[in-house]
Design a protein. Structure first.
Length: 335
């Protein structure tokens, strides 16, 4: 006959009842994850150093545009084109596109490296997924929160300075017909700056999900961008442009081939960002450094829209999908 347990070993709490308080909508469950990403990264000195560099880039472009505009008013109208930017003659969109190119050259990549390399890798190393996914959030909430945090950190440093530069042009040249001549320019700033931010946020998030080391994730991210950029620009792009030069020397119509070569050159991460800026700001491809050989620069064509749009969508969606497969939810087994 089994002995009964002593009275002190029994738990009897008749005051216990199920929680009947307010329940928050699950659509905002990703926000605490985003807040954690923001709090962690705004404390990094490297992030603010890069922000300072970006602000300086926009200040210099605003100063150059201001001096160019004032000096051009002092010379005859037929000579103004000699001192304007190299784009289609719109000083303001050319200036914004040039600043965006400088951002895409290194700062955007470095900011994504600083804020994103440990986004999931650090959680893998610290087994923090056990904490995140044991809370009332799903894997989708977790990934959305991480992605939004990276997107805000990367996109803000391009969007806010661009809007401030636009505001400077608007207030300075409003009486000279700035807004009537550029009614949609402010709307084009948003996709031109935020699409590259979304691409970088997705790629670094996807890479980080495969590693337990932020340093290894950052190195993989840097290697991917470097190798693909060199392969597309230096190898495939050079071959295509050489073919266009040969046809050009033979007197053939090379506009379609030239556009195809420019489009292919834009099919890397940095090239894609520049190509998007070229299309949205409506500037000469040479001005955003999608540069064919010197013999073809005066005949440069803008890249095709559809291939760039498809590649951008793929680079935004695919890495996040891969991360969703990699991140495992925690299953609670009840006895």
């Amino acid at each position: 006959m089994s002995e009964s347990k002593p009275e002190s070993a029994r738990i009897s709490d008749l005051t216990y009842r199920n929680y009947d308080g307010p329940l928050k909508n699950r659509t905002l469950r990703w926000w605490p994850v985003t807040q954690a990403v923001l709090r962690t990264n705004v404390r990094k000195p490297g992030y603010w150093i890069l922000v300072g560099i970006i602000v300086l880039i926009f200040l210099l472009h605003g100063l150059v545009a201001f001096l160019t505009r004032n000096f051009s008013n002092m010379v005859p109208s037929d000579a103004r084109q000699l001192i304007t930017f190299k784009g289609h003659g719109n000083l303001y969109s050319d200036s914004l596109a040039s600043a965006l190119w400088w951002l895409n050259l290194f700062p955007t990549f470095l900011i994504a490296l600083v804020v994103g390399s440990g986004s999931i890798a650090a959680d893998n190393r610290a087994n923090a997924l056990l904490v995140y996914l044991s809370k009332p959030i799903t894997k989708i909430d977790y990934l959305l929160g991480k992605w939004m945090g990276l997107f805000i950190l990367i996109g803000a440093v391009a969007l806010i300075p661009s809007l401030l530069l636009y505001l400077f042009y608007l207030t300075t040249y409003f009486s000279e017909g700035f807004f009537s001549d550029n009614p949609t320019l402010v709307l084009r700033i948003f996709p031109a700056t935020l699409i590259p931010a979304a691409i970088h946020a997705s790629i670094i998030l996807g890479i980080s999900s495969f590693s337990r080391s932020p340093a290894m994730a950052g190195a993989s991210y840097a290697g991917l961008l470097t190798v693909t950029g060199a392969a597309v620009t230096a190898t495939i792009g050079s071959v295509l442009f050489n073919r266009v030069m040969l046809d050009n020397d033979l007197g053939k119509d090379t506009r379609a081939a030239n556009r195809r070569a420019v489009t292919i050159t834009c099919m890397s991460v940095s090239g894609l960002s520049n190509g998007i800026g070229c299309l949205l700001y409506d500037v000469d491809p040479n001005y955003v450094k999608v540069i064919p050989p010197p013999q073809l620069r005066r005949k440069a064509e803008s890249p095709e829209k559809i291939p760039l749009a498809l590649l951008a969508a793929t680079l935004i969606v695919f890495p996040v999908g891969v991360a969703a497969l990699k991140v495992r939810a925690v299953e609670v087994v009840k006895g």
